[in-house]
Design a protein around this ligand. Structure first.
Ligand code: NAP
Ligand code: GLV
Length: 306
């Protein structure tokens, strides 16, 4: 089978090297290319496709995102409705995301940035800390893994998802229980996908339903967050701080107030990055299923948008 890889931000080399070891793979093309693409049957994509890619792939049978998110593919008018789209669900992705959130949570709970600043000025201040209730928005491959690990670490955890979940020791809420979920979330972690229903969900109204001085960790997508509402909530003291890994515009523009806000910590969309060697196993498994006419793993529900 011939494959096309399109990623405007990642080095295609590890993907090409890993995939080309499979007997199922005849040829790998990397976008942009002048090659004849008329025999390409599988398209692996990270970041939005350039216009005109799909019309060069008359035999296309399958598209996979190279990450967990598929927002770069949803609503792209050049993608035919009948082409299955899959995404990466991978143990390393879940483990890395969980570790990142735990890092952010612990740094907040134990006032680590203040201790580091105090060290610089030789200040000995034994700042207290308290147990935290953590709310995880989105209980899918990443949020579900996180909620279970947080519980094991001794946090009181509640979770929120579209359909009601049952996770050991985690108080689960569906959409009808959003307000109650928020009222318990002293730290709110966003791991929802971006859809028509979740865009701008982190806004002033939602913040007003959190306990006073709540802390926000946004590791899902920048478009979930109304940035001005966050700045206002931080400045008013409604929220005590935020750790942001994702932004409406990436790289974060120099003029963004987040760079210098004293209550905001930022990282450049590195919470959890796909590990090619591991994700390639899933891509090859799906390639095998495709060749054998079977249902692909981790197929996106286009109606739901994730
Ligand atoms: P997933 O498995 O599809 O899980 C999504 C969860 O969100 C599910 O529990 C789903 O509910 C819930 N959900 C969807 N729409 C909802 C709504 N309207 N109201 C309430 N709950 C809703 O996704 P995932 O693999 O965990 O990934 C989540 C997101 O993380 C990705 O979409 C991506 O944007 C982001 N991400 C970020 C990074 C990073 O480095 N920052 C890395 C990887 C992924 P159901 O369970 O009922 O379907
Ligand atoms: C990263 O943001 C992903 O969606 O995998």
């Amino acid at each position: 089978m011939e494959i096309l890889i399109s990623s405007s931000v990642w080095d295609p080399k590890p993907w090409v090297e890993g995939l080309s070891k499979s007997e199922l793979v005849d040829k790998i093309h990397v976008w942009p290319t002048d090659n004849d693409l008329s025999n390409v049957e599988a398209l692996f994509v990270w970041k939005p496709l350039d216009s005109g890619v799909i019309e060069r792939l008359p035999k296309l049978k399958w598209i996979s995102s190279l990450g967990a998110g598929v927002d770069h593919l949803m609503g792209d008018p050049q993608i035919p409705a009948d082409i299955p789209i899959t995404r990466i669900v991978d143990p390393f992705l879940a483990q890395d995301m969980t570790n990142y959130v735990i890092m952010g949570l612990m740094m907040y709970q134990r006032s680590i940035s203040t201790h580091l600043a105090n060290q610089k000025s030789k200040v000995w201040d034994r700042i207290g800390y308290k147990p935290l209730k953590v709310g995880v928005m989105g209980l899918g491959a990443l949020g579900g893994h996180l909620a279970e690990r947080l519980k094991i670490l001794g946090f009181e955890v509640c979770g929120y998802s579209r359909t009601l979940k049952s996770l050991d020791g985690v108080a689960c809420f569906d959409q009808s229980g959003l307000d109650e979920f928020l009222s318990h979330s002293e730290v709110l972690v966003n791991l929802l996908p971006i859809t028509n229903h979740t865009i701008d969900i982190l806004n002033a109204c939602l913040f007003s339903k959190l306990p006073d001085s709540a802390y926000l960790i946004n590791v899902a997508r920048g478009n979930h967050l109304v940035e001005k509402d966050l700045i206002d909530a931080l400045n008013a003291g409604k929220l005590s701080g935020a750790l942001l890994d994702v932004f409406r515009e990436e790289p974060l523009p120099e003029k963004s107030p987040f760079w210098e806000h004293p209550k905001v910590s930022i990282t450049p969309h590195v919470a959890s990055v796909t590990t090619p060697s591991s994700a390639i196993k899933l891509l090859l498994k799906n390639l095998d299923l495709l060749v054998n006419g079977k249902e692909l793993l981790h197929r996106v529900n286009i109606q739901n948008g994730y």
